[in-house]
Structures are given as structure tokens and as C-alpha cells.
Design a protein around this ligand. Structure first.
Ligand SMILES: [Zn+2]
Ligand SMILES: [Zn+2]
Length: 125
């Protein structure tokens, strides 16, 4: 029991630290983007001020949150609604491109061979 607790605590600590690091990084690029761009949604044109600024989000044009060039070329300020919209369109696009939303085709190939047993069916014995 004591071992399970400490393992859980350790995991919680790792998760908490990863979250802190991610939040710190997000604050970093958000601040930069807000300094760089006017506080207007790039889709619907809604304007923002200090009171409602938390509804204005920083979108990554290539959807890669690790891609934060200092010139801001990968950032776009979007209101939360337009940002949601942008991501659901992107996810639809990904799902359509891969044929289906979930499942790993490589793993399926490894665990399921459609030709397994074919020899038996053909009676090649
Ligand atoms: Zn908007
Ligand atoms: Zn985004």
C-alpha cells in the first residue's frame, strides 16, 4: 500500500511539473503574441480589452504548439469560439485524411493478417 501511494505521488508530481512547464511556456508565447498583434479575433473581427482578454487565444497556424518563431509568424489571435471552430475543422481534416479517426494501422497489420489461414482454406496440405 505504501509503495502504491508513493508511486502515485511521484506520478502526480511529474504530471504537475509537466503542466507547470507547459503553462509557463504558453504564458511566454501568449504574452509575446499579445504584444505583437492587435487584440482582434483574426476570424470574426471581435475586439478585446483587458476585461475580456482571456477569451482571446493564441492559435498556432500549423497546429504545432512547439513551433514558436520569435517573429510570430506561426501565431494568430482568435476568440475562443473561432479557435474551437478552427480546431474541429483541423481534426475533421485529419480524420478524413487517415480514413478513420482512431486505430493504428501498423498495429492492426501486425496483429491481424488477412491472409493467415488462406493456405488451409485452399487445401494446400
Ligand atoms: Zn472570433
Ligand atoms: Zn489553435
Amino acid at each position: 500500500m505504501a509503495i502504491e501511494e508513493s508511486a502515485a505521488e511521484k506520478q502526480a508530481r511529474i504530471v504537475a511539473r509537466a503542466r507547470q512547464e507547459m503553462e509557463a511556456r504558453e504564458r511566454g508565447y501568449r504574452e509575446q503574441a499579445l504584444k505583437m498583434y492587435p487584440w482582434v479575433c483574426g476570424r470574426c473581427g471581435r475586439e478585446f480589452n483587458h476585461k475580456n482578454l482571456r477569451e482571446l487565444t493564441v492559435h498556432h497556424r500549423d497546429h504545432n504548439h512547439d513551433n514558436n518563431p520569435p517573429d510570430g509568424s506561426n501565431w494568430e489571435l482568435l476568440c475562443v469560439y473561432c479557435h474551437d471552430n478552427e480546431h474541429s475543422r483541423y481534426e475533421d481534416h485529419i480524420a478524413a485524411a487517415s480514413g478513420h479517426a482512431d486505430g493504428d494501422p501498423q498495429q492492426q497489420g501486425a496483429t491481424h493478417n488477412p491472409f493467415a489461414g488462406l493456405k488451409d482454406l485452399l487445401g494446400d496440405k
